[in-house]
Structure formats: C-alpha cells, structure tokens
Design a protein around this ligand. Structure first.
Ligand SMILES: CCCCC/C=C\C/C=C\C=C\CC(=O)SCCNC(=O)CCNC(=O)[C@H](O)C(C)(C)COP(=O)(O)OP(=O)(O)OC[C@H]1O[C@@H](n2cnc3c(N)ncnc32)[C@H](O)[C@@H]1OP(=O)(O)O
Length: 248
C-alpha cells in the first residue's frame, strides 16, 4: 500500500548520534523521492526505547566546529521530517525523552504503547539546557501554549495516560497493538487524496518551519555558544554521571 516502516536502530538507546541523524535524513530523502511511497511508520527496534533523543556525547566535551556540524544536521532532520509530504505515523514503543519526543511530534499521528515505564516529553530543562525555539514552537502547536509553557519549564516526562490527556500523543494502546494500530491509522489517512492533504499540512506547518529556515545560521551559532559554556558543559557532565550512577 505504499507504506514504509522505518525502525530506529542505534543500540543501546537509539540516541541520535551524528551518524544516526545523517543516515535517518538520507533514508527519509530516498523515501520522499520514491513516488510509490505515501506513508511512513516510524518506530524503534530497541526494546523499551523509542529514542533517548539527541546524543549527549555529541554535545559534551567536543569543539565548537563539531557542535555546529551536529546542530546543522539536527536542524536538517527536523526540517525534513516536519515538512515531509508523506503521511508520518509514529508507533512509540518505548521511552521518548527530548529529541525522541521531537521525532514523534513531527509525525501526523502518534500511537503510544500503554506501559507506564515509558515516558515522553521535552525534558531539556532537567538537563540544565534549554529547548530551542523550534522545539518549543512545535510543542505549542501540538499541546497549546499553557501546557507547553508548564511542561517545558518543568521538563515534564509524561506517562502514556498523561501524554494522551494533554495531547502529546493521539492514542494509547496495549503494547502488542502499537504496530497494528499504527497501520490502521495509516490506512485511514491514505484514504485522503494526497494533494489536498499535503497542501493542508503545508498550510498548517509552513510558518513554523520558515521560522527556523530564516534563521538557521543564527540558530547554529546560538546553540554552539550556549553548549560550549562551562556552566552548560558542567550540567551535562552531571547529568551523564547521574545516568551512569543509576546502574550502580
Ligand atoms: C538560550 C539559547 C538556547 C539555544 C539552544 C540550546 C540548547 C539546546 C540543546 C539541546 C537539546 C537537546 C535535546 C535532547 O534530546 S538532549 C537528550 C535528552 N535525553 C535524555 O534525557 C535521555 C537520557 N536517557 C535516559 O533517560 C535513559 O537512558 C533511557 C530512559 C532513555 C533508557 O534507560 P535505560 O535504563 O534503558 O538505559 P541507561 O542505562 O540509562 O542508558 C544506557 C546507556 O546509554 C547512555 N545514554 C542514555 N541516553 C543517552 C543520550 N541521550 N545520549 C547519549 N548516551 C545516552 C547512558 O549513559 C548509558 O551509557 P553507559 O553507562 O552504558 O555508557
């Protein structure tokens, strides 16, 4: 039926390393150029984890040129996903913090597994960093200004039930039904003529995408100088240590 399934596979936690981001963007571009493909189901092959978001090791202890290169690729992936002409449905089969949530928010419809261990949200403030304006814009577009304001400041990671209530996801289903539900949602969306759906999607999303396009270079510079600050590097170090200690 012209539907591709893209499975994120970067063990152990599907963090979005530079290599992973680049491969993702290239795969997406190929699908976009393949006229037989009308829809993509985005899911994960890592058990219990949709995506741990941006790779913290790409943002910690590197040099400014690396940060700039990394951020350019983060922007590129976001722009491709958010403005895709294809129907994107996410089958969220695990934890989905920060950049993981961002991937899901780019989709046209989000189905999440009903497992309270899985959480989703933009938790940047918990790491001592700030979600960029275009993450924020997409959050506001999805859940409204007040909910986004609160969730961004608190870095809220929502359980599936909470995510459904606030509108971060569209549907919560038993874990073993995530994929079948994503497929049935896709079937429904495929019934809409592509041209009218695509023009409508473009109308809804263009201003948000253009907002980044017109200041991409400045956004890269902002990110690079922000992430290079000693205080921010210290916060990231502490967060990484906390992740390590969780194990021991
Ligand atoms: C004012 C100007 C503003 C300008 C803009 C400025 C800045 C914006 C900057 C950045 C925006 C960033 C968005 C992001 O996406 S940041 C990433 C946020 N991600 C997280 O917080 C998730 C952290 N991870 C977890 O919570 C758990 O790992 C998870 C629930 C995903 C899985 O738990 P599990 O118990 O299964 O696995 P762990 O033992 O915790 O992890 C295994 C292994 O993986 C490492 N790891 C986890 N997450 C990441 C990651 N995101 N990047 C890199 N590495 C990660 C973890 O440290 C473990 O490593 P090791 O100990 O085995 O070596």
């Amino acid at each position: 039926m012209g539907v591709a399934v893209m499975k994120l596979r970067n063990p152990p936690v599907n963090s979005l390393s530079l290599e992973c981001l680049t491969e993702f963007t290239i795969s997406l571009e190929k699908l976009e150029n393949d006229k037989s493909i009308r829809g993509v189901i985005l899911t994960s092959e890592c058990p219990g984890i949709f995506s741990a978001g941006l790779d913290l090791l790409e943002m910690y202890g590197r040099n400014p040129a690396h940060y700039a290169e990394y951020w350019k690729n983060v922007q590129e992936l976001w722009l491709r996903l958010y403005t895709s002409n294809m129907i994107l449905v996410s089958a969220i089969n695990g934890a989905s913090p920060a950049g993981g949530c961002l991937l899901a928010l780019c989709c046209d419809y989000r189905v999440m597994a009903d497992n309270p261990k899985y959480t989703i949200g933009l938790n940047e403030s918990l790491l001592g960093i700030v979600a960029p304006f275009w993450f924020k814009d997409m959050y506001v577009n999805t859940i409204g200004h007040r909910e986004a304001e609160r969730a961004l400041q608190l870095g809220t990671l929502f359980s599936p039930a909470e995510a459904l209530k606030v509108g971060v996801v569209d549907e919560v289903v038993p874990e073993d039904q995530v994929h079948s539900k994503a497929r049935s949602v896709m079937t429904k969306w495929l019934a809409i003529p592509d041209h009218s759906r695509q023009l409508t999607k473009n109308m809804m999303r263009k201003a948000t995408a253009d907002n980044l396009i017109k200041q991409r270079e400045a956004d890269i510079q902002n990110f690079t100088s922000f992430i290079s600050k000693d205080s921010i590097q210290k916060s990231l170090h502490m967060y990484l240590e906390k992740l390590k200690q969780k194990k021991g």
